[in-house]
Design a protein. Structure first.
Length: 252
C-alpha cells in the first residue's frame, strides 16, 4: 500500500470511527422484522423471502467448486483461502437468512448477520490485496474478520442486556462501501475485467435500496417484494466475483 492510499484510507477510517462515538447507541428497530411479503406457500412462512436465498447457496457452492477443480486461477495465491472464505460466507448467508426469515426477530437475525460479515471482510481483503498490497490483504483478514463477527455479537448482547447498539455493525457494513472505491481508484489492478468489482459495488448498493423500499417495491410490482429482490441482487453481486475469477487474466 503506497503512502497516498495509506493516509487516505487511514484518515477516513479514523475520522468515521471517531464520529461514531458522538452518535448515540442505535437500537434495532423492531419494525425491521415486519416484511412486506408475508405469504405462506407449501407450508413455509415468508416463502419468497426464504426461497430467494437459494441462488446464494448455488453461487457459493459453485465458487468453492471452482477452487477445488482449478489450482491455477487468476487470484492472489497467498489469499486463496480468503477467496474461499467469501464463498463459504455466501453459503452461510443463505442458511442464516433462511433461518431468520422463518421467524424474524433479533434472536434469529444474529445468524443472518454473522455470515454476512465473513463475506464483507473477505471481499474487502481481496480488493486490498489485488489493488494495493498483497501483504496488507493477508494480514488484515483475521483481525477484520474478528472485528466483523464481534460487531454482530456486540449488537446482539446490547439488545439483550442494555440499549441495543448497531453503530459498530453499521460501520462494518457501510465503511467498506466508502473505502473500496478509493482503493480501486488509487491502486493498480492485478487482473483484467476489473469492471466486475464495480458491478459488485453497484449491485450491493441496489440491494440495500431494495431492502429499504421493501414495501414500496411489493406494492408496485405486486408479486415480489423489495426484500426478496435484495436477496437476488446479492446473488448477482456474488456471481460477479465468481465470473471475474473464472475468466480474467493477470495484468502485472
Amino acid at each position: 500500500m503506497n503512502k497516498k492510499q495509506f493516509f487516505l484510507v487511514a484518515g477516513i477510517l479514523v475520522l468515521i470511527t471517531l464520529l461514531l462515538f458522538f452518535v448515540p447507541p442505535i437500537a434495532q428497530d423492531l419494525s425491521y422484522h415486519n416484511f412486506a411479503d408475508q405469504r405462506t406457500l407449501l407450508g413455509i412462512p415468508h416463502f419468497w423471502n426464504i426461497i430467494s436465498n437459494v441462488p446464494l447457496l448455488i453461487i457459493g457452492l459453485t465458487g468453492l467448486l471452482l477452487f477445488v477443480k482449478h489450482r491455477s486461477l487468476a487470484v492472489v495465491n497467498s489469499l486463496r483461502s480468503v477467496y474461499q472464505s467469501f464463498f463459504i460466507g455466501i453459503c452461510l448467508v443463505c442458511l442464516g437468512s433462511s433461518y431468520y426469515h422463518l421467524a424474524p426477530g433479533n434472536t434469529t437475525l444474529v445468524w443472518d448477520r454473522l455470515p454476512m460479515t465473513i463475506a464483507f471482510m473477505s471481499f474487502f481483503c481481496v480488493v486490498v490485496a489485488e489493488y494495493s498490497s498483497e501483504r496488507a490483504g493477508k494480514l488484515l483478514f483475521i483481525p477484520l474478520l474478528c472485528i466483523g463477527l464481534l460487531s454482530v455479537l456486540y449488537w446482539y448482547f446490547t439488545e439483550i442486556y442494555f440499549v441495543g447498539d448497531l453503530r459498530f455493525y453499521a460501520l462494518v457494513q457501510f465503511l467498506p462501501i466508502l473505502l473500496l472505491p478509493l482503493i480501486m481508484f488509487t491502486g493498480h489492478a492485478r487482473f483484467s475485467h476489473g469492471y466486475y468489482y464495480w458491478l459488485i459495488l453497484a449491485t450491493y448498493i441496489l440491494a440495500k435500496l431494495l431492502e429499504h423500499y421493501d414495501a414500496a417495491v411489493y406494492e408496485w410490482l405486486g408479486f415480489i417484494s423489495g426484500h426478496s429482490l435484495k436477496h437476488i441482487a446479492s446473488s448477482f453481486a456474488s456471481y460477479f466475483l465468481y465470473r471475474a475469477i473464472k475468466i480474467r487474466q493477470a495484468t502485472l
